[in-house]
Design a protein around this ligand. Structure first.
Ligand code: ATP
Ligand code: MG
Length: 226
């Protein structure tokens, strides 16, 4: 479903990714661990076609996205990919509910259907009482849950989540993870979660550890906890 071949990325004076190879089958759930600055967000953005690698290939569902135009990439992302950013990126002038709906409207879906689905996602995340607030009126954890609902609104084949539980307390982190796991069961979504949380990582099929722009460890997790 997702294949990265020898991905490299540099900024002036800094080589952030030094040749990343990765292969995920459809329905697989993996985690990426690693110290701050290891290159986790950079890799996730490149896999999500939001950023371009300097060299290497990204193949998703058999299609090579390394050389597609910006318009083709935007359409691909809207239809196939849910992205939860490390820093949310919610639109400040819209309510939580509207933020969740927007990718559905961009996809050309009916307003009623999108709104009902957004409400249902937000209430599964315990956000029903807060869904008419704007992001500035929400806590970090609440914003993160809105970002998860937004990522799921178009039932993407792939979910890329950059520290989706980073701002959450233990109970809410579990709730978010359980929702992600239940979506995976329902829809066979392929999921990559960047996390610093070992408990979350242990619930994924396998964990990759990044250090200094490279994958240095690949651990298969014992999943009888699920
Ligand atoms: N636009 C940029 N220009 C220059 N350097 C950048 C840019 N974006 C990221 N970097 C650098 O690349 C390195 C990797 O950044 P990245 O955000 O991928 O780390 P990370 O593993 O996600 O860290 P964290 O756990 O703190 O989120 C860091 O040293 C960062 O300062
Ligand atoms: Mg990061």
């Amino acid at each position: 479903m997702i294949e990265c071949i020898n991905i490299k990325k540099s900024y002036p004076q800094l080589q952030v990714l030094k040749g990343i190879d990765l292969k995920l089958e459809q329905g697989q759930l993996i985690s990426i661990l690693g110290a701050s600055g290891a290159g986790k967000s950079t890799l996730l953005h490149i896999i999500g076609t939001l950023d371009k690698a300097d060299s290497g290939e990204i193949i998703i569902d058999g299609i090579n996205y390394s050389k597609k135009s910006a318009g083709e990439l935007a359409q691909f992302r809207n239809k196939n990919l849910g992205f939860i950013f490390q820093f949310h990126h919610l639109l400040p002038e819209f309510t939580a509910l509207e933020n969740v709906c927007i990718p559905g409207f961009i996809a050309g879906r009916k307003e009623k259907e999108v709104t009902a689905q957004a409400q249902s996602l937000l209430s599964k995340l315990g956000m029903e009482p807060r869904m008419n607030q704007k992001p500035g009126q929400l806590s970090g954890g609440e914003q993160q849950r809105v970002a998860l609902a937004r990522a799921l609104i178009n039932s993407p084949k792939i979910l890329l989540a950059d520290e989706p539980t980073g701002n959450l307390d233990k109970q809410n982190a579990e709730q978010v993870l359980n929702l992600i796991l239940s979506f995976r069961k329902e829809s066979n979504m392929t999921i990559i979660i960047v996390t610093h949380d070992q408990t979350i990582a242990s619930k994924t099929d396998y964990s990759l550890t990044m250090q200094d722009g490279k994958i240095i460890q690949n651990t298969k997790n014992n999943l009888n906890v699920l």
